[in-house]
Design a protein around this ligand. Sequence first.
Ligand code: WT7
Length: 677
Amino acid sequence: MSRSQPEPVRETLNFDERIVLEHWSHRNTSVKDYWASHSATLERFEEFWASVAKELEWFKPFSKVMEPGEYPNVYKWFVGGKLNMSYLCLDRHVKSWRKNKVAIVWEGEPVKDSGEPLEVRVLTYYDMWRYVNRVAYVMKEKLGLKKGDRVAFYMPMVPELPVLMLAAARIGVTFTQVFSGFSAEALASRISDLGARYVFTTDGYYRRGKILRTKEITDDAVKTCPTVEKIILIRRVGQTETPIDPAKHTYLDDLLADVSPTAYVPPEEMDSTDILYVIYTSGTTGKPKGIIHDTGGYAVILHATMKWVFDIKDEDIYWCTADIGWVTGHSYIVFGPLMSGASIIMYEGAPDYPAPDRWWSIIERYGVTIFYTSPTAVRAFMRMGAGYVTRHDLSTLRLIHSVGEPINPAAWKWLFELVGGGRCPVGSTWWMTETGGILISHTPGLMLVPLKPGTNGPPIPGVEVDVVDEDGKPVPNGVKGYLIVKRPWPGMPGPPTGMLGDPERYNLVYFSRFRYFFTGDYAIKDGDGYVWVLGRSDEVLKVAGHRIGTYELESALVSHPYVAESAVVGAPDDVKGEVPIAYVVLKSDAPHTPQIRDELRRWIRERIGAIAEPKSIFIVSKLPKTRSGKIMRRIMRALATGKPIGDVTTLEDEAAVEEVKIAYEALLKEIGEGGRS
Ligand code: WT7
């Protein structure tokens, strides 16, 4: 299932534009020296990762760096070691001078016309430690949760989300956090797959001035989830649309009411290989899969990358603009930064609410020094105009990274010049839900090789990647190929099965194509060995950085009573990088009304969530297929982007050239005749 033309990056890439920041001279390194020390880390691979791991506090030291697990391609990291993530994020700091240091500054979205002050909550490490202990007490003593039990969080961006994650980690309860923008059905499938005993959610939250109803969506979701004993509600908006049913709902506040303010729950001594959490992500087939992250390996990759990639220091005010619903937020809002003892910013709402300068005003008001954001956000801001940025003082910023999708050189330059004032290293950190932490990036906290607009840079120390052809042979520099990771790394999908309950699928998806871990990405390596990830090579879309399988959209569409068949492809989009375009064949008895497209959009929002809504829906009488029944996606992509199909002789499927042309003409005619919306 390969895509012939991914084009999230549509600007010319310049492999030779090198930018060196003079004031970073303490770390500036030539490419040659970087690779020399990088090779040294690979030569003494285990020793190297052991030395990084030893910087953490272990209850019991590990006896072995790495060994194969019970299933193929699943590895055990830091075997024999015992540690606890909540201890690393809180107790360690509370025992130090950081006790009263600010851990989280949280800002709510609403801005009132009356000029009332913004809603801000400041939690020190001590506050967090107290709160997490009390919540862990509730989980353990009142909800009867014990090590190995499972819970789901369907939480928006409120401080209680990190509190819940750390409380679960403290007592060894496996959690999954589901993005608060997902639908009831998407939530239900994750709760069931995990077998969660409780779902924690809020009574609602604010987004672009509206209240969104997490409680009601959760009520809907749990109807099909027999393992759920109760929904635990966190108060955010102070009201619910539907009544509270004491048999089903309990407020966390009420459970906490009689818990001592000094409640203490000893952190569970977790094996390094024990599960910390499960996170669901989309692949090319089937339902979203649960990726397992272990405790020790994951802690080590986060510790390493907070230092090397983010150069985190005690003086920093760190802000990652992601939502904690995605892996970025797990790793680089909650666990990584708190392990580092950083002060972090958390913002509840939309970047452009009430005006497009909200983010820049946050940077100015809190003096943010490290900023981690996404290319989609940057491109959206670029459109709104420089004025929203330049009216704010961003001079505190010293380091910027982006993540989630390729950053086009123009967006990189905008970040570098306008936001970073030409002072800040700006990187594009490559990683995936599966990798747990950043694997390819500039490392301004360690050694800094010259920056290049749009590149991901070299792999971090201790990580070996390559770009290969169909046969797994390295491609020459400058030639497009497939990105693979050549050695296991700490933070990789964890034992026992990598993918929850499905070791076969884990191996099929990542290890069946090449001998090594296959990322699914197309990439180019330049003459300096920098990696330039170009986009997905498979039927996975990156829409505004969010990962959506076209298969998921297609199954949602065909589950609609009117839909006979559907095919979804990605089309380039100037802001979101890529957007879904759907081709739909209706059943013969379906009403052919103009409203059908709105109905299908609503359907997708309800099955998956608003992020998956197709940009255009084409109603067609049949999908272009080869004689063997394979859908000719390239034709649909060409039409969706208003481009000619191009050189059909390079089509990867077995369609004859003539057949492709006929299918193209037929589809063109149909959508030209009003099939488009
Ligand atoms: C896919 C993984 C891990 C953070 C959020 C995304 C793309 C991610 C970059 C980057 C180019 C990138 C890849 C990857 N991607 N970061 N800096 N440059 N592409 O996690 O949802 O699991 O998606 O995002 O295509 O395979 P994810």
